[in-house]
Design a protein. Structure first.
Ligand code: SF4
Ligand code: SF4
Length: 180
């Protein structure tokens, strides 16, 4: 995927549907956003993603840790007077970041677990042992949908992205180890 080209397409689409000046003078989304409330608007502001995209600066944001603070609650979109799809934009930026191998370790590991087991919270042998002691039936370690999920992961190239993320994380760890 050509990330730069996709970012340009997104910016063009956004610029056609919003009144940029009103958006930059607004800020309603920050009052609705739980992450802004928790961390402070100076640290996290939904509009920053819109502005950076419109100004051709979104590539830099793909590397920014705050990109992953979004909970996808869509409160920004619901409160926005212009119905700017901020949360959808952030999801798109997540996808683009992943295609470059950029994602927090914990999120990548969680996605990997889901693809491997078909469970959001995979059971373990020890959980089943405890269930047996309590007279409860065991839970299959792989869900019924896990085969379909594996097919989807291959068809959507999610596997390739996960591999890229892992390789990048290993390279970063090796670099950090070399520096110490
Ligand atoms: S609420 Fe909508 S218009 Fe207002 S700053 Fe946020 S994205 Fe822009
Ligand atoms: S979707 Fe993300 S940016 Fe929008 S309000 Fe929720 S946490 Fe904030």
């Amino acid at each position: 995927m050509n990330v730069e080209k996709r970012l340009q397409e997104i910016a063009e689409k956004l610029s056609k549907r919003i009144d940029t000046l009103s958006c930059f003078a607004c800020g309603t989304c920050v009052a609705a956003c739980p992450i802004s409330r928790e961390t402070g608007a100076e640290n996290y502001h939904p509009r920053r993603f819109v502005r950076a995209t419109l100004e051709g600066e979104a590539r830099r944001l793909l590397e920014a840790p705050e990109l992953w603070l979004c909970t996808s609650c869509h409160a920004c979109l619901e409160h926005c007077p212009q119905k700017v799809p901020v949360s959808e934009l952030i999801l798109e930026l997540h996808n683009l970041a992943c295609s470059l191998g950029i994602a927090p370790k914990a999120i990548a590991a969680e996605v990997e677990n889901i693809v491997a087991s078909g469970w959001a919270l995979a059971p373990s042998e020890s959980v089943n042992k405890r269930r047996e002691q309590l007279g409860l039936p065991s839970i299959p370690l792989k869900s019924r949908g896990s085969k379909d999920l594996a097919k989807i992961a291959r068809a959507t190239e999610l596997n390739k992205r996960l591999k890229k993320i892992k390789e990048r994380q290993e390279a970063e760890a090796a670099e950090a180890g070399g520096e110490t």
